[in-house]
Design a protein around this ligand. Structure first.
Ligand code: GLV
Ligand code: MN
Ligand code: MN
Ligand code: MN
Length: 411
């Protein structure tokens, strides 16, 4: 319109990459284990609390008031406090044990920088932009991934969430300093869409020209606990024929999971195990393994878990052990809003791709038009210190997110 200032679009990608690096370096040391180079940023522990404080300070510096939703999720708002139709963007600060730098924080840092880019360009959105930081996305502390978004949407009952305990017996409610409040339809109603920017976690963009992609779907996936019970006994004196060793049943089951997943083109992982009493010279009394299983199709996932369970039960009979399978969390197939995805892929001239990684966006997709942007990861490795992204690609991610936010809040 006449008289409106011309947006300044002269900032170069190079300078943005420098601004990205400067902001990124503020959080890079927080929770980093110098021994592995990985991060220990468990939800609501000291390093993650420092990141939350940093987030509040960044929001404050930008004049964005922060709301705590009572479940541990933080929302910083740029725009009219009473307006509806806000576009939510953001991700999470928490990490898996010895995780990478980018999984989570990249989406929050990029969102703050995207707000800066829009402001510097003189864009005044017709609807607010809200930057969110979700609590316990990885489930690394309390066992259930996307706990914050599940509480916000009501997908997780408050009672169950409050009582989830970490390895030291501290409950989620205790860690929060209060009980979670659960579903917040009032907050959700104020959001018109959610866009989560995230580092790509596989090899999908490694060999291509595109630094940024738009997500199409998230594979259905879940976590199952397998408890193998046997008889603890002396490693030296117990004859081999007399043993009821749950480690054998466990080991067989891990191999079976791998085989069954390969047969189906699915993914199965046992990345966490607990052995009791965990002594070199004792036959274990109990082994607990956590099965992470994912597949492109829901039926494939169901079939995979059923097959692994059946094989474990059969083997337990031979070993004289017992096995029980407990579902800890399941995330159904997520198809992101197809119209929105196409619109954003066209806008950014970006490829679309599915992922087998879980995200808060997968939970929110059931409630809001939701999209994800993935930033190229040159190592193709994630949930590991080797996870990577170049500053130039991160800058491309910020630019893409700013364009998306402008598209969704101005048009
Ligand atoms: C979370 O990152 C998951 O996919 O496990
Ligand atoms: Mn992750
Ligand atoms: Mn993540
Ligand atoms: Mn995740």
């Amino acid at each position: 319109t006449a008289g409106a200032p011309e947006p300044d679009r002269t900032r170069t990608t190079g300078a943005l990459a420098d601004r990205f690096r400067a902001l990124w370096d503020e959080i890079a040391p927080v929770g980093r284990d110098p021994r592995t180079g990985g991060y220990l940023r468990y939800a609501l522990t000291e390093p993650e609390r420092r990141l939350r404080e940093w987030f509040r300070a960044q929001a404050d510096r930008r004049g964005m008031p922060v709301t705590d939703d009572g479940n541990g999720n933080l929302f910083a708002r740029w725009g009219d406090p009473d307006a509806t139709g806000a576009v939510l963007t953001g991700s999470h600060f928490d990490s898996v044990p010895h995780g990478g730098a980018y999984d989570g924080p990249l989406g929050i840092v990029s969102a703050l920088l995207a707000v800066d880019e829009l402001r510097a360009a003189g864009v005044t959105p017709a609807r607010p932009v809200v930057v969110g930081a979700f609590v316990e996305e990885e489930g690394a502390r309390f066992g259930v991934p996307c706990l914050g978004s599940r509480l916000l949407t009501g997908a997780m009952p408050v009672e169950r969430a409050a009582g989830l305990r970490d390895a030291d017996g501290v409950s989620f409610a205790e860690a929060l300093g209060d009980r979670p409040v659960g579903a917040r339809p009032d907050l959700l109603a104020g959001f018109a869409a959610f866009v989560e920017l995230h580092v790509e976690q596989g090899r999908a963009l490694v060999d291509g020209a595109a630094p940024v992609a738009v997500a199409s779907a998230i594979w259905p996936h879940g976590r199952w606990r397998l408890d193998f019970d046997g008889e603890g006994n002396h490693a030296g004196t117990t004859r081999m024929a007399d043993r009821r060793d749950p480690m054998l049943t466990y080991a067989f089951t891990v191999l079976a999971a791998n085989k069954e997943a390969r047969l189906r083109g699915a993914h199965a992982t046992v990345g966490r195990v607990r052995v009791e009493p965990n002594a070199t010279n004792a036959v274990p009394s109990r082994v607990t393994g956590w099965l992470d299983a994912r597949a492109a199709e829901p039926d494939t996932l169901t079939g995979l878990v059923a097959a692994v369970h059946a094989k474990a039960v059969e083997r337990a009979r031979r070993d004289g052990t017992g096995v029980t399978l407990t579902e800890e969390s399941v995330t159904p197939l997520v198809g992101f809003d197809a119209d929105l995805g196409r619109r954003l892929a066209d806008l950014l001239d970006a490829p679309t791709l599915p992922t087998a990684a879980g995200h808060d966006a997968g939970v929110l997709a059931g409630h809001l038009p939701t999209a994800m942007l993935f930033v190229r990861n040159p190592t193709g490795v994630s949930h590991s210190p080797a996870e990577a992204a170049t500053d130039a690609d991160c800058a491309a991610g910020v630019t893409a997110l700013a364009r998306v936010l402008e598209e969704l809040t101005c048009r």
